[in-house]
Design a binder for this molecule. Structure first.
Ligand SMILES: [Zn+2]
Length: 149
């Protein structure tokens, strides 16, 4: 029996094996029981009668949204969300720097939901730590570069 894909209005995309004669009729959504229309063109054929699925394995559908059966789009949405977090952090940092002119951006501290300028002793500690760690880090980076073929 061919395998058909259905898209429910609740967002769930699912596949069902059905006889050709029932191909065009909607199928009840396994999540909300609404009749879901078939996605045109989305059909896979099973060879033989053993029920073996041809083709490479496909990621399962979590049923959370209509896009999660399309990995590229799901990854794209995840990346967009990540970039938006990064852009918001940058805006927050720039706002703090604007309120505190002359502050070294390295002396901003992430306090979970906002940024603040480090107190002087913390900034001094950070400077000392950087002076100790940076040469070692640079030496390791150079050694790694030299070791590359
Ligand atoms: Zn549904």
């Amino acid at each position: 029996m061919p395998l058909y894909a259905y898209q429910c209005s609740c967002g769930l995309r699912f596949e069902r094996r059905r006889p050709l004669s029932e191909a065009s009729s909607p199928h009840p959504c396994p999540s909300c029981q609404t009749d879901a229309p078939r996605l045109p063109g989305e059909v896979r054929l099973a060879y033989g009668t053993s029920g073996a699925k041809p083709g490479p394995p496909r990621p399962g559908n979590t049923g959370l949204t209509g896009i999660d059966d399309v990995p590229d789009r799901a990854i794209g949405a995840s990346a967009r969300a990540g970039w938006e977090v990064a852009r918001q952090r940058r805006r927050d940092k720039l706002a703090v720097l604007a309120q505190n002119p002359g502050t070294d951006p390295a002396h901003l501290r992430n306090l979970g939901d906002h940024y603040a300028v480090m107190p002087g002793h913390e900034a001094a500690f950070r400077e000392r730590a950087d002076r100790m760690v940076n040469p070692a880090r640079d030496a390791l980076t150079e050694a790694a570069k030299a070791a590359r073929p």
